[in-house]
Design a protein around this ligand. Structure first.
Ligand code: AMP
Length: 137
């Protein structure tokens, strides 16, 4: 399958769609999930155009996971949570809905998670959580 450069995350990366960002460098972007499955639900994406983890160059995967860890630590500190679920869906059959590889950081328990959230979160509240996470980075 070819990478679709019109997917939502590609458009966020190009600045065509807004996102509540918590971290960005030349290779990775972290931003708040628009329909959080828990308070503080954050997404971390490599900038390289890969659909799934399986398509991602190993060195980009290695770098991205370092940022995943950095953001997870900031979430833990900022939101005073004890557990964070790291979720990565590769492939539509696994439930992936956006065809650009992404890592979910969800301050929750696997026993609480099931389906995707179906509603937009309160964006002001999400923005306030993002500010706390940024301050802890
Ligand atoms: P997945 O099912 O693993 O592909 O997850 C895609 C995630 O992207 C879901 O949790 C959505 O809520 C989230 N999402 C979709 N559109 C946006 C957007 N514009 N900004 C932030 N998160 C989004």
């Amino acid at each position: 399958m070819a990478y679709d450069d019109q997917n939502i995350f590609a458009r966020i990366l190009r600045g065509e769609l807004p996102a509540i960002k918590v971290y960005e460098d030349e290779r990775v972007l972290a931003f708040m999930d628009i329909m959080p499955q828990a308070e503080g639900h954050t997404l971390v994406i490599p900038k390289s155009p890969a659909i799934t983890l399986l398509d991602l160059a190993p060195e980009e995967a290695a770098y991205t996971i370092q940022i995943v860890q950095k953001v997870a630590k900031a979430i833990e500190t900022a939101l005073q949570v004890e557990g964070i679920v790291l979720m990565q869906l590769s492939g539509v059959a696994a439930g992936q809905t956006v065809p650009h590889v992404h890592f979910h950081l969800i301050p929750s328990s696997v026993h609480e998670l099931g389906k995707h959230a179906a509603q937009m979160g309160d964006q002001d509240k999400i923005r306030a959580l993002a500010e706390k996470i940024k301050a802890a980075l």
